[in-house]
Design a protein around this ligand. Structure first.
Ligand SMILES: [Zn+2]
Length: 414
Protein backbone atom coordinates (compact mmCIF):
# COMPACT_ATOMS: atom_id res chain seq x y z
CA UNK A 1 0.00 0.00 0.00
CA UNK A 2 2.84 2.31 0.98
CA UNK A 3 4.59 1.59 -2.31
CA UNK A 4 1.49 2.56 -4.27
CA UNK A 5 1.17 5.77 -2.29
CA UNK A 6 4.80 6.61 -3.09
CA UNK A 7 4.35 5.75 -6.76
CA UNK A 8 1.34 7.99 -6.97
CA UNK A 9 2.95 10.78 -4.98
CA UNK A 10 6.07 10.99 -7.12
CA UNK A 11 4.36 9.81 -10.28
CA UNK A 12 6.93 7.08 -10.81
CA UNK A 13 6.15 5.06 -13.90
CA UNK A 14 6.33 1.31 -13.57
CA UNK A 15 7.41 -0.50 -16.72
CA UNK A 16 6.37 -3.98 -17.84
CA UNK A 17 8.09 -6.17 -20.40
CA UNK A 18 6.39 -8.95 -22.38
CA UNK A 19 8.96 -11.55 -23.43
CA UNK A 20 9.12 -15.06 -24.87
CA UNK A 21 6.55 -14.33 -27.61
CA UNK A 22 6.48 -17.01 -30.37
CA UNK A 23 4.98 -14.64 -32.94
CA UNK A 24 3.72 -11.10 -32.68
CA UNK A 25 1.03 -10.63 -35.33
CA UNK A 26 -0.34 -7.13 -35.82
CA UNK A 27 -1.18 -4.57 -38.48
CA UNK A 28 1.85 -2.34 -39.11
CA UNK A 29 0.93 1.21 -40.08
CA UNK A 30 4.32 1.85 -41.72
CA UNK A 31 4.28 -1.27 -43.88
CA UNK A 32 0.51 -0.93 -44.29
CA UNK A 33 -0.12 -4.65 -43.79
CA UNK A 34 -0.31 -7.31 -41.10
CA UNK A 35 3.14 -8.59 -40.24
CA UNK A 36 4.33 -11.53 -38.16
CA UNK A 37 7.54 -11.07 -36.18
CA UNK A 38 9.53 -13.50 -34.06
CA UNK A 39 11.83 -12.78 -31.08
CA UNK A 40 9.95 -9.56 -30.38
CA UNK A 41 9.53 -8.01 -26.95
CA UNK A 42 7.14 -5.29 -25.84
CA UNK A 43 7.65 -2.61 -23.18
CA UNK A 44 4.61 -1.02 -21.55
CA UNK A 45 4.49 2.01 -19.30
CA UNK A 46 1.23 2.80 -17.55
CA UNK A 47 -1.41 1.93 -20.14
CA UNK A 48 0.70 2.56 -23.25
CA UNK A 49 3.04 0.55 -25.46
CA UNK A 50 6.35 2.45 -25.45
CA UNK A 51 8.65 0.06 -27.32
CA UNK A 52 8.37 -2.96 -29.61
CA UNK A 53 11.60 -4.66 -30.71
CA UNK A 54 14.26 -7.31 -30.30
CA UNK A 55 16.14 -7.79 -27.00
CA UNK A 56 14.86 -4.74 -25.17
CA UNK A 57 16.19 -3.49 -21.84
CA UNK A 58 14.76 -4.98 -18.66
CA UNK A 59 11.70 -3.60 -16.91
CA UNK A 60 10.24 -3.42 -13.39
CA UNK A 61 7.92 -6.33 -14.17
CA UNK A 62 8.37 -9.22 -16.62
CA UNK A 63 5.53 -11.16 -18.21
CA UNK A 64 6.60 -14.47 -19.77
CA UNK A 65 4.29 -15.22 -22.70
CA UNK A 66 5.28 -18.89 -22.70
CA UNK A 67 6.47 -18.91 -26.32
CA UNK A 68 2.93 -18.19 -27.50
CA UNK A 69 1.24 -15.88 -30.02
CA UNK A 70 0.50 -12.24 -29.13
CA UNK A 71 -1.97 -10.05 -31.09
CA UNK A 72 -3.76 -6.77 -30.42
CA UNK A 73 -6.97 -7.00 -28.39
CA UNK A 74 -10.07 -7.30 -30.56
CA UNK A 75 -12.22 -4.33 -31.44
CA UNK A 76 -15.82 -5.46 -31.98
CA UNK A 77 -17.43 -2.63 -34.01
CA UNK A 78 -21.09 -3.79 -34.09
CA UNK A 79 -23.12 -5.10 -31.12
CA UNK A 80 -26.58 -4.71 -29.54
CA UNK A 81 -26.01 -5.66 -25.86
CA UNK A 82 -28.71 -3.60 -24.07
CA UNK A 83 -31.61 -6.04 -23.77
CA UNK A 84 -33.23 -8.24 -21.10
CA UNK A 85 -33.29 -11.84 -22.41
CA UNK A 86 -32.26 -13.49 -25.66
CA UNK A 87 -35.14 -14.71 -27.83
CA UNK A 88 -34.32 -18.41 -27.70
CA UNK A 89 -37.80 -19.48 -28.80
CA UNK A 90 -37.23 -17.75 -32.15
CA UNK A 91 -34.15 -19.86 -32.73
CA UNK A 92 -36.33 -22.97 -32.33
CA UNK A 93 -38.94 -21.53 -34.70
CA UNK A 94 -36.24 -20.93 -37.29
CA UNK A 95 -34.97 -24.49 -36.85
CA UNK A 96 -38.54 -25.60 -37.57
CA UNK A 97 -38.48 -23.75 -40.88
CA UNK A 98 -39.77 -20.21 -40.24
CA UNK A 99 -37.74 -17.29 -41.58
CA UNK A 100 -36.43 -14.32 -39.58
CA UNK A 101 -38.63 -12.06 -41.70
CA UNK A 102 -41.85 -14.10 -41.14
CA UNK A 103 -41.23 -14.30 -37.37
CA UNK A 104 -40.71 -10.52 -37.32
CA UNK A 105 -43.96 -9.88 -39.20
CA UNK A 106 -45.74 -12.14 -36.67
CA UNK A 107 -44.81 -9.88 -33.73
CA UNK A 108 -41.42 -11.49 -33.05
CA UNK A 109 -38.06 -10.02 -33.95
CA UNK A 110 -36.71 -6.74 -32.62
CA UNK A 111 -40.14 -5.50 -31.58
CA UNK A 112 -40.59 -8.33 -29.05
CA UNK A 113 -37.49 -7.17 -27.14
CA UNK A 114 -38.92 -3.65 -26.66
CA UNK A 115 -41.46 -4.15 -23.87
CA UNK A 116 -39.05 -5.93 -21.56
CA UNK A 117 -36.46 -3.13 -21.94
CA UNK A 118 -39.14 -0.50 -21.27
CA UNK A 119 -40.24 -2.41 -18.14
CA UNK A 120 -36.68 -3.04 -16.89
CA UNK A 121 -35.04 -0.82 -14.30
CA UNK A 122 -31.77 0.80 -15.19
CA UNK A 123 -29.93 -1.21 -12.52
CA UNK A 124 -31.29 -4.51 -13.87
CA UNK A 125 -30.05 -3.61 -17.36
CA UNK A 126 -26.70 -2.49 -15.96
CA UNK A 127 -26.08 -5.86 -14.28
CA UNK A 128 -27.04 -7.76 -17.46
CA UNK A 129 -24.85 -5.60 -19.71
CA UNK A 130 -21.96 -5.78 -17.24
CA UNK A 131 -22.08 -9.58 -17.26
CA UNK A 132 -22.04 -9.56 -21.06
CA UNK A 133 -19.03 -7.22 -21.08
CA UNK A 134 -17.18 -9.62 -18.72
CA UNK A 135 -17.64 -12.36 -21.34
CA UNK A 136 -16.52 -10.12 -24.21
CA UNK A 137 -13.35 -9.18 -22.35
CA UNK A 138 -12.56 -12.83 -21.54
CA UNK A 139 -12.84 -13.59 -25.25
CA UNK A 140 -10.24 -10.94 -26.05
CA UNK A 141 -12.47 -7.99 -26.99
CA UNK A 142 -10.90 -4.91 -25.41
CA UNK A 143 -13.02 -2.25 -27.17
CA UNK A 144 -16.65 -2.68 -28.19
CA UNK A 145 -19.16 -0.58 -30.08
CA UNK A 146 -22.58 -0.92 -28.44
CA UNK A 147 -25.94 0.30 -29.68
CA UNK A 148 -29.17 1.28 -27.98
CA UNK A 149 -32.29 0.39 -29.97
CA UNK A 150 -34.60 -1.74 -27.81
CA UNK A 151 -36.25 1.24 -26.10
CA UNK A 152 -37.62 3.06 -29.14
CA UNK A 153 -38.98 6.05 -27.27
CA UNK A 154 -37.06 9.01 -25.93
CA UNK A 155 -37.06 7.88 -22.29
CA UNK A 156 -35.97 4.31 -22.95
CA UNK A 157 -33.39 5.11 -25.60
CA UNK A 158 -31.81 7.55 -23.13
CA UNK A 159 -32.06 4.89 -20.41
CA UNK A 160 -30.26 2.36 -22.66
CA UNK A 161 -27.45 4.83 -23.44
CA UNK A 162 -27.18 5.72 -19.77
CA UNK A 163 -26.79 1.98 -19.00
CA UNK A 164 -23.86 1.83 -21.44
CA UNK A 165 -22.26 4.89 -19.87
CA UNK A 166 -22.59 3.53 -16.33
CA UNK A 167 -21.19 0.13 -17.32
CA UNK A 168 -18.29 1.88 -19.09
CA UNK A 169 -17.54 3.91 -15.97
CA UNK A 170 -17.15 0.74 -13.89
CA UNK A 171 -15.68 -1.73 -16.35
CA UNK A 172 -12.25 -2.17 -17.92
CA UNK A 173 -13.64 -2.71 -21.41
CA UNK A 174 -13.95 0.43 -23.55
CA UNK A 175 -17.49 0.95 -24.85
CA UNK A 176 -18.16 3.16 -27.87
CA UNK A 177 -21.85 4.13 -27.62
CA UNK A 178 -24.18 4.37 -30.62
CA UNK A 179 -27.73 5.75 -30.59
CA UNK A 180 -30.02 3.49 -32.61
CA UNK A 181 -33.54 4.80 -32.11
CA UNK A 182 -34.00 3.87 -35.78
CA UNK A 183 -33.79 0.12 -35.17
CA UNK A 184 -37.43 -0.55 -36.09
CA UNK A 185 -40.84 1.11 -35.64
CA UNK A 186 -42.44 0.66 -32.19
CA UNK A 187 -46.03 -0.63 -32.00
CA UNK A 188 -47.45 2.83 -31.31
CA UNK A 189 -46.09 4.07 -34.66
CA UNK A 190 -46.90 0.91 -36.64
CA UNK A 191 -49.09 2.87 -39.03
CA UNK A 192 -47.21 6.16 -38.90
CA UNK A 193 -43.59 5.49 -39.78
CA UNK A 194 -42.94 9.12 -40.75
CA UNK A 195 -44.31 10.19 -37.36
CA UNK A 196 -41.67 8.03 -35.67
CA UNK A 197 -38.92 9.45 -37.89
CA UNK A 198 -40.08 12.91 -36.83
CA UNK A 199 -39.92 11.89 -33.15
CA UNK A 200 -36.34 10.65 -33.66
CA UNK A 201 -35.30 13.87 -35.42
CA UNK A 202 -37.19 16.37 -33.26
CA UNK A 203 -36.84 14.80 -29.81
CA UNK A 204 -34.53 11.83 -29.50
CA UNK A 205 -31.46 13.13 -31.37
CA UNK A 206 -31.49 16.55 -29.63
CA UNK A 207 -31.92 14.83 -26.23
CA UNK A 208 -29.10 12.34 -26.90
CA UNK A 209 -26.82 15.16 -28.08
CA UNK A 210 -27.67 17.28 -25.04
CA UNK A 211 -26.68 14.47 -22.67
CA UNK A 212 -23.59 13.76 -24.79
CA UNK A 213 -23.99 9.99 -24.36
CA UNK A 214 -23.54 8.69 -27.92
CA UNK A 215 -20.85 9.11 -30.56
CA UNK A 216 -22.65 7.46 -33.47
CA UNK A 217 -26.13 7.36 -34.98
CA UNK A 218 -27.16 4.11 -36.69
CA UNK A 219 -30.21 3.30 -38.84
CA UNK A 220 -31.61 -0.06 -39.98
CA UNK A 221 -32.13 0.85 -43.64
CA UNK A 222 -33.98 -2.06 -45.24
CA UNK A 223 -37.32 -2.88 -46.83
CA UNK A 224 -39.88 -3.15 -44.01
CA UNK A 225 -37.69 -1.00 -41.75
CA UNK A 226 -36.42 2.52 -42.57
CA UNK A 227 -36.52 3.64 -46.22
CA UNK A 228 -33.48 5.37 -47.71
CA UNK A 229 -35.36 8.70 -47.53
CA UNK A 230 -36.14 8.20 -43.82
CA UNK A 231 -32.61 7.00 -43.09
CA UNK A 232 -31.11 10.00 -44.90
CA UNK A 233 -33.22 12.38 -42.81
CA UNK A 234 -32.24 10.69 -39.52
CA UNK A 235 -28.54 10.54 -40.37
CA UNK A 236 -28.38 14.13 -41.65
CA UNK A 237 -30.20 15.37 -38.54
CA UNK A 238 -27.76 13.42 -36.37
CA UNK A 239 -24.80 14.99 -38.17
CA UNK A 240 -26.13 18.47 -37.33
CA UNK A 241 -26.02 17.42 -33.66
CA UNK A 242 -22.51 15.94 -33.90
CA UNK A 243 -23.59 12.27 -34.11
CA UNK A 244 -21.52 10.39 -36.68
CA UNK A 245 -23.46 8.23 -39.15
CA UNK A 246 -23.27 4.46 -39.61
CA UNK A 247 -25.76 2.17 -41.27
CA UNK A 248 -27.30 -1.33 -41.25
CA UNK A 249 -27.26 -1.73 -45.02
CA UNK A 250 -28.61 -4.22 -47.57
CA UNK A 251 -28.90 -7.17 -45.16
CA UNK A 252 -31.82 -8.97 -46.77
CA UNK A 253 -32.49 -7.01 -49.98
CA UNK A 254 -30.59 -4.43 -51.94
CA UNK A 255 -32.42 -1.20 -51.16
CA UNK A 256 -29.82 1.45 -51.98
CA UNK A 257 -28.54 1.58 -48.39
CA UNK A 258 -24.86 1.14 -49.36
CA UNK A 259 -25.28 4.03 -51.81
CA UNK A 260 -26.79 6.10 -48.99
CA UNK A 261 -23.83 5.24 -46.73
CA UNK A 262 -21.57 6.67 -49.43
CA UNK A 263 -23.74 9.77 -49.83
CA UNK A 264 -23.80 10.65 -46.11
CA UNK A 265 -20.12 9.64 -45.66
CA UNK A 266 -20.98 7.02 -43.05
CA UNK A 267 -18.18 5.63 -40.89
CA UNK A 268 -19.36 2.18 -41.93
CA UNK A 269 -21.99 0.26 -43.88
CA UNK A 270 -22.73 -3.01 -42.07
CA UNK A 271 -24.11 -6.46 -43.14
CA UNK A 272 -24.14 -5.97 -46.97
CA UNK A 273 -25.21 -9.55 -47.77
CA UNK A 274 -27.40 -8.18 -50.59
CA UNK A 275 -25.31 -5.15 -51.63
CA UNK A 276 -25.57 -4.20 -55.32
CA UNK A 277 -22.67 -3.64 -57.72
CA UNK A 278 -23.48 0.05 -57.75
CA UNK A 279 -23.48 0.08 -53.94
CA UNK A 280 -20.00 -1.46 -53.91
CA UNK A 281 -18.80 1.09 -56.48
CA UNK A 282 -20.15 4.04 -54.47
CA UNK A 283 -18.67 2.72 -51.21
CA UNK A 284 -15.26 2.32 -52.85
CA UNK A 285 -15.36 5.82 -54.36
CA UNK A 286 -16.15 7.32 -50.96
CA UNK A 287 -13.83 5.17 -48.80
CA UNK A 288 -16.70 3.71 -46.77
CA UNK A 289 -15.66 0.83 -44.50
CA UNK A 290 -17.68 -2.39 -44.84
CA UNK A 291 -18.42 -4.25 -41.59
CA UNK A 292 -19.20 -7.90 -42.27
CA UNK A 293 -21.19 -9.94 -39.75
CA UNK A 294 -20.97 -13.60 -40.76
CA UNK A 295 -22.16 -14.75 -37.31
CA UNK A 296 -25.66 -13.51 -38.17
CA UNK A 297 -25.78 -15.29 -41.52
CA UNK A 298 -24.51 -18.45 -39.80
CA UNK A 299 -26.94 -18.20 -36.85
CA UNK A 300 -29.90 -17.63 -39.18
CA UNK A 301 -28.97 -20.81 -41.02
CA UNK A 302 -28.42 -18.91 -44.24
CA UNK A 303 -25.72 -19.66 -46.75
CA UNK A 304 -25.33 -16.47 -48.75
CA UNK A 305 -22.61 -14.57 -46.90
CA UNK A 306 -21.59 -10.99 -47.72
CA UNK A 307 -19.58 -10.78 -50.97
CA UNK A 308 -16.17 -10.39 -49.34
CA UNK A 309 -14.18 -10.90 -52.54
CA UNK A 310 -16.15 -8.32 -54.57
CA UNK A 311 -15.84 -5.76 -51.76
CA UNK A 312 -12.15 -6.45 -51.38
CA UNK A 313 -11.38 -6.32 -55.11
CA UNK A 314 -13.16 -2.95 -55.24
CA UNK A 315 -10.56 -1.72 -52.72
CA UNK A 316 -13.00 -1.35 -49.78
CA UNK A 317 -11.58 -1.56 -46.25
CA UNK A 318 -13.21 -4.45 -44.42
CA UNK A 319 -13.91 -4.85 -40.70
CA UNK A 320 -15.67 -7.76 -39.00
CA UNK A 321 -17.91 -7.86 -35.92
CA UNK A 322 -20.09 -10.22 -33.89
CA UNK A 323 -23.47 -8.40 -34.26
CA UNK A 324 -24.21 -9.82 -30.78
CA UNK A 325 -27.97 -9.30 -30.22
CA UNK A 326 -30.92 -11.08 -28.54
CA UNK A 327 -32.49 -12.41 -31.74
CA UNK A 328 -30.37 -13.24 -34.73
CA UNK A 329 -26.89 -13.79 -33.26
CA UNK A 330 -25.82 -14.66 -29.70
CA UNK A 331 -22.10 -14.90 -30.56
CA UNK A 332 -19.69 -12.86 -28.42
CA UNK A 333 -16.48 -14.50 -29.60
CA UNK A 334 -14.35 -12.66 -32.15
CA UNK A 335 -12.10 -15.75 -32.56
CA UNK A 336 -15.21 -17.66 -33.70
CA UNK A 337 -16.16 -14.82 -36.08
CA UNK A 338 -12.62 -15.09 -37.51
CA UNK A 339 -13.19 -18.82 -38.04
CA UNK A 340 -16.46 -18.10 -39.90
CA UNK A 341 -14.70 -15.47 -42.07
CA UNK A 342 -11.91 -17.87 -42.96
CA UNK A 343 -14.19 -20.85 -43.59
CA UNK A 344 -17.14 -19.22 -45.36
CA UNK A 345 -15.84 -15.92 -46.76
CA UNK A 346 -12.46 -17.42 -47.68
CA UNK A 347 -10.79 -14.55 -45.86
CA UNK A 348 -7.04 -15.08 -45.35
CA UNK A 349 -6.19 -15.20 -41.62
CA UNK A 350 -4.06 -12.05 -41.66
CA UNK A 351 -6.91 -10.17 -43.34
CA UNK A 352 -9.25 -11.43 -40.62
CA UNK A 353 -6.84 -10.17 -37.94
CA UNK A 354 -6.62 -6.76 -39.58
CA UNK A 355 -10.43 -6.67 -39.96
CA UNK A 356 -11.00 -7.50 -36.27
CA UNK A 357 -8.41 -5.08 -34.90
CA UNK A 358 -7.06 -2.21 -37.01
CA UNK A 359 -9.90 -1.70 -39.52
CA UNK A 360 -12.50 -2.26 -36.79
CA UNK A 361 -10.81 0.53 -34.80
CA UNK A 362 -10.76 2.73 -37.93
CA UNK A 363 -14.51 2.24 -38.37
CA UNK A 364 -14.88 3.83 -34.92
CA UNK A 365 -12.38 6.61 -35.64
CA UNK A 366 -9.94 5.09 -33.08
CA UNK A 367 -7.14 3.69 -35.28
CA UNK A 368 -4.56 6.09 -33.83
CA UNK A 369 -5.17 4.80 -30.29
CA UNK A 370 -5.95 1.10 -30.59
CA UNK A 371 -6.04 -1.78 -33.10
CA UNK A 372 -2.31 -2.54 -33.50
CA UNK A 373 0.77 -3.23 -31.37
CA UNK A 374 2.82 -0.12 -32.02
CA UNK A 375 4.50 2.63 -30.03
CA UNK A 376 2.10 5.10 -28.36
CA UNK A 377 -0.89 2.79 -28.74
CA UNK A 378 -2.90 1.54 -25.78
CA UNK A 379 -1.58 -1.65 -24.21
CA UNK A 380 -4.58 -3.77 -25.22
CA UNK A 381 -3.24 -7.22 -26.10
CA UNK A 382 -4.05 -10.90 -26.22
CA UNK A 383 -1.66 -13.64 -25.15
CA UNK A 384 -2.89 -16.83 -26.82
CA UNK A 385 -2.64 -20.54 -25.99
CA UNK A 386 -1.38 -21.21 -29.50
CA UNK A 387 1.88 -20.33 -31.23
CA UNK A 388 0.76 -19.22 -34.63
CA UNK A 389 -2.13 -17.14 -36.04
CA UNK A 390 -2.82 -19.82 -38.65
CA UNK A 391 -4.16 -22.00 -35.78
CA UNK A 392 -6.95 -19.55 -34.85
CA UNK A 393 -9.57 -20.55 -37.49
CA UNK A 394 -9.50 -24.26 -36.61
CA UNK A 395 -9.42 -23.91 -32.80
CA UNK A 396 -12.91 -22.46 -32.38
CA UNK A 397 -14.38 -24.97 -29.95
CA UNK A 398 -12.13 -24.25 -27.01
CA UNK A 399 -11.25 -20.66 -26.25
CA UNK A 400 -7.66 -20.37 -27.52
CA UNK A 401 -7.00 -17.24 -25.43
CA UNK A 402 -4.77 -17.48 -22.36
CA UNK A 403 -4.60 -13.91 -21.03
CA UNK A 404 -5.95 -10.52 -21.97
CA UNK A 405 -4.17 -7.25 -21.26
CA UNK A 406 -6.38 -4.15 -21.08
CA UNK A 407 -4.83 -0.70 -20.52
CA UNK A 408 -1.60 -2.40 -19.44
CA UNK A 409 -3.39 -4.52 -16.83
CA UNK A 410 -3.13 -8.29 -17.16
CA UNK A 411 -6.40 -10.17 -16.75
CA UNK A 412 -7.39 -13.81 -16.41
CA UNK A 413 -3.99 -15.01 -15.35
CA UNK A 414 -4.04 -18.76 -14.91
ZN1 LIG B 1 -26.96 -4.93 -36.00
Amino acid sequence: MLIYQCLNKYNIVESTKLKNISNLVSFDTVENKVVSKSNIEIIIENNLIVEVGIKLASADKIIDCGNKLVTPGFVDPHTHPVFVNSRDEEFSRRLAGESYESIASDGGGIISSIQSVRDATESDLISRVKERMDSFLKLGTTTIEAKSGYGLDTENELKSLSVLKKVQDNHLIDIVPTFMGAHTFPEEFKNDSDGYVQLICDQMIPAVAKQNIALFNDVFCEEGYFSTEQARRILETGKKYGLRPRLHADEFLSSGAAELAAEVKAFSADHLMAVSENGIKKMAENNIIAILLPGTTFSLGKTSFAPYNSLRSAGIDIAIATDFNPGSCFIKSMPFIISLCCIYLKMPIYEAIKASTYTAAKSLGLENEIGSIEKEKKADLIIWNIKDASQIPSHFLDNPISKVMKNGELLFTA
